[in-house]
Design a protein around this ligand. Structure first.
Ligand code: ADP
Ligand code: ASP
Ligand code: MG
Length: 426
């Protein structure tokens, strides 16, 4: 008997009919002779709606992090109970569990907690007794504070992978509103093609670059524990995409470019006229780190000035737009000690990345990327690279067009139009 973990995202449980559809699918999996553990997300756009509600009763609800997490975890609890009710009504037998009941322990960081330990004893007990276990995704608890935490937006994927690792599951399936992992977001690039398989390193880079089909922490977890994932649609029988963490993927040919990802959630800060002396960059980024922001790209231009003593330079860096206001305030407060002249910020930027494991051994990828953007008159503001990724910053207005152009330039367009079955893409 195999143990299968199946995760259903928000659009898969968006309304009562969809929940009933998922209930049938899950019962079918059990009837085929498997033990089944199901992880659910909140229905449709519930999490966003809860955030809107919080903002309507408080100016800065996120600063009350404990209560904010308490609120957000309620979305997943609605889905888990409704799915359990639907399964039981169809003649199956389900038991639902919150994250803490399922033994998902995390650190104490509200809003973006990391899983530290998994003790899924109650889940194991339920499936051994013949029940389908349903677990609320996106949440855990911290033993020291005894409080409920959330795993960051999109975090139900991570719950599923963690349970698959903790239960030594035979298979971990992530069900969504598209047939699998595509060569680009099908909502932006209609010519995007579904990939049959992708290596975990490329998937990690794609997720980090903004492809929200999988939560980055889930991909990291899968890599660390050697869990293969199958990403597929709730609304079709397509076998989906296998994300290989185990040696089973070693036979796969490495694509030069597997995919293109876009991220509109970034902003840019430029610190103008900062003294070009040793230690300034450290001072600057200490202020940024203390404001609680993670930075992505950094560019420092060549210093200008009449001699070494009055040389100054400009430093630009990118960060999540949600952190922009806080970091600008912190830098303004530190202007005299840092000694810079002026600060500029821009949240109308977008990041475009091309990813492929074959880049390690092939040249010319940058030339194709920059050439395609130049031909379309799209300006590149910043560039960064890793061994298997090249990213550029453009204006956010041109980002979608840039993704389509670059996808075509790398010969990734397919003959059929990619299908999106549900969801609002919010
Ligand atoms: P769920 O609610 O099931 O977790 P998400 O909305 O988080 O679903 O993720 C699925 C969405 O991810 C798709 O609808 C699609 O718009 C987007 N997406 C972004 N990049 C990709 C990609 N490379 N392949 C497939 N989908 C992608
Ligand atoms: N409901 C949460 C979110 O919208 C978690 C998830 O869907 O994975 O971010
Ligand atoms: Mg998701």
């Amino acid at each position: 008997m195999a143990l299968i973990v199946q995760k259903f995202g928000g659009s898969s449980v968006g309304d009562a009919d969809k929940i009933k559809h998922v209930a049938k699918r899950v019962i079918d999996t059990q009837n085929a002779g498997n033990q089944v553990v199901v992880v659910v997300s909140a229905m449709g756009d519930t999490t966003d709606e809860l955030i809107d509600l919080a903002n309507s009763v408080s100016d800065n609800p996120e600063s009350f992090a404990r209560e904010f997490d308490m609120l957000l975890t309620s979305g997943e609890r609605i889905s888990m109970a409704l799915l359990a009710l639907a399964i039981n009504s169809l003649g199956g037998s389900a038991r639902s569990f919150t994250g803490s009941q399922a033994g998902i322990q995390t650190d104490e960081v509200h809003g973006n907690a990391r899983i530290s330990e998994i003790n899924p004893a109650r889940v194991r007990e339920a499936i051994d007794e013949g029940h389908i276990a349903i677990v609320a995704g996106f949440q855990g608890f911290n033993k020291e504070t005894r409080d409920i935490t959330t795993l960051g937006r999109g975090g139900s994927d991570t719950t599923a992978v963690a349970l698959a690792a903790g239960l030594h599951a035979d298979l971990c399936e992530i069900y969504s509103d598209v047939d699998g992992v595509y060569s680009a977001d099908p909502r932006i690039v209609p010519g995007a093609q579904k990939l049959d398989g992708i290596d975990i390193e490329s998937m990690l880079e794609l997720a980090a670059a903004g492809a929200k089909i999988l939560h980055i922490r889930a991909v990291e977890f899968a890599r660390r524990h050697g869990v293969d994932l199958r990403v597929r649609s709730t609304f079709s029988t397509d076998p989906g995409t296998i994300v290989y963490s185990s040696q089973a993927g070693d036979k796969m040919e490495e694509a030069i470019v597997s995919g293109v990802a876009t991220d509109k959630g970034q902003a840019k800060i430029t610190v103008i006229g900062i003294p070009d002396v040793p230690g300034k960059a450290a001072e600057l980024f200490t202020v940024v780190a203390e404001a609680g922001a993670n930075i992505d790209m950094i560019v420092q231009n060549t210093p200008t000035g009449s001699d070494v003593t009055d040389a100054v330079s400009d430093i630009s860096f990118t960060l999540q737009s949600g952190d922009l206001k806080r970091v600008v305030e912190a830098l303004n407060a530190a202007q005299s000690s840092l000694g810079y002249r002026e600060l500029e910020s821009d949240d109308e930027i977008g990041k475009l990345s091309v990813v492929g494991a074959g880049m390690k051994t092939h040249s010319g990828v940058s030339a194709t990327l920059f050439g395609a953007l130049a031909k379309a008159g799209i300006n590149i503001e910043m560039i960064s690279t890793s061994e298997i990724r090249i990213s550029v910053i453009t204006s956010s207005k041109q980002l979608d067009e840039a993704a389509r152009i670059v996808h075509t330039a790398f010969g990734l367009d397919g003959d059929t139009e990619a299908k999106v079955y549900a969801g609002t893409g919010r």
